[in-house]
Design a protein around this ligand. Structure first.
Ligand code: SF4
Length: 332
């Protein structure tokens, strides 16, 4: 019985017969996966390894994805939590894409540690906003998630107390009076819709608060959420490929649920997919967070093809052509 054929865009394979396999339509979100900042950070570590040989130290996970981290570790990258774990052996240390507090490059310079900053330029843009607002005498309200390294890096661009973190409208209501002139900025990987509600609460309470010149939520976050919104209402279930500690991936799960997909879940990779739970699903959405490589998508597509007569349809809401220059330390 011919039940369907696979026309996955990237594969272009011949028509295949599937016997009695049940049909599964997979809606693939586009854009998905690696953004320009993640691509640049990974290239920085690869080039540093090629230029200096192993070990190259990396402070924190270069991006929040175990597959990426494990591959770089196998090439000779050594991941550390803090600079004091880096020995003085003349080998460079790379700072992750999420950005670092100013104290970190200062401490590296004090030890004459060669360092390469892989902070995404769109995170650096937010850092400069914090610096400027602080220099102008404003207290900065940062909308973000406590404990995320990007938030630690952004708060660390000004002295302690100069940046106040809020996660939601309740935090805005709890801010003290008498803060003086204010400015706000945001983490780059937040939910576009949730952030709009927090900004509305901020501007209602502090009408004179200074807004960023342009949106801090980055193009990659915005596009991946827009793609998920476009396909979620058509999907009975959705797999968001990403790490549990990846902010933008977690937001994609929330966006999918809010946009009408009843069963959206985060999966680290093919081994985490619960195929039994998907048995009755006829239309499955798949996307990947900004730190998840395309190979993880392909592995899940292959596993789906082994079980079901798969038809792949790509749902594209934007085409991205963003590339960031590499730093001079690695030949950029
Ligand atoms: S998600 Fe956005 S801010 Fe973060 S690394 Fe990618 S492009 Fe940069």
């Amino acid at each position: 019985v011919f039940l369907g054929y696979d026309h996955a865009l990237a594969r272009g394979g011949p028509l295949s017969y599937y016997g009695a396999m049940k049909r599964l339509t997979i809606l693939l979100a586009a854009p998905r996966g690696f953004c320009a900042g993640v691509d640049r950070a990974v290239q920085i570590v690869e080039r540093a390894l090629a230029l200096h040989g192993p070990p190259v130290y990396v402070r924190h996970e270069i991006v929040h994805n175990a597959h990426v981290v494990d591959r770089l570790r196998a090439m000779g990258a050594v991941f550390v939590a803090e600079l004091d774990e880096v020995p003085d052996d003349g080998q460079p240390v790379v700072f992750s894409a999420h950005g670092v507090p100013r104290a970190v490059p200062r401490a590296a310079a004090a030890r004459a540690l060669p360092y390469i900053d892989a902070t995404c330029p769109l995170v650096s843009k937010v850092h400069r906003q914090v610096e400027r607002a602080h220099a102008a005498g404003r207290t900065v309200v940062l909308i973000g998630h406590a404990g995320h390294p990007e938030v630690a890096g952004t708060m660390g661009q000004a002295p302690p107390g100069a940046v106040l973190l809020v996660e939601d409208a309740a935090d805005v209501a709890a801010l003290p009076d008498g803060l003086g002139p204010l400015a706000y900025c945001t983490q780059t990987t937040l939910s576009v819709d949730d952030t709009a509600a927090v900004v509305a609460a901020l501007t209602a309470r502090f009408p004179d608060i200074q807004a960023p010149r342009s949106d801090d939520i980055c193009y990659a976050t915005t596009n991946r959420q827009a793609a998920v919104k476009a396909l979620a209402p058509r999907c009975e279930a959705m797999l968001v490929i990403g790490a549990a500690n990846s902010s933008n991936s977690n937001r994609l799960v929330e966006v999918a649920r809010a946009a009408g997909c009843p069963d959206a879940r985060l999966v680290a990779g093919v081994r985490a997919v619960d195929w039994a739970a998907l048995e009755g699903v006829r239309v499955l959405g798949i996307t990947a967070g900004a730190s998840a490589p395309e190979i993880l998508v392909e592995q899940i597509l292959d596993a789906a093809r082994a079980r079901r007569a798969v038809v792949v349809e790509e749902v594209a809401v934007a085409r991205e052509d963003v590339h960031f220059k590499l730093p001079p330390e690695v030949g950029g």
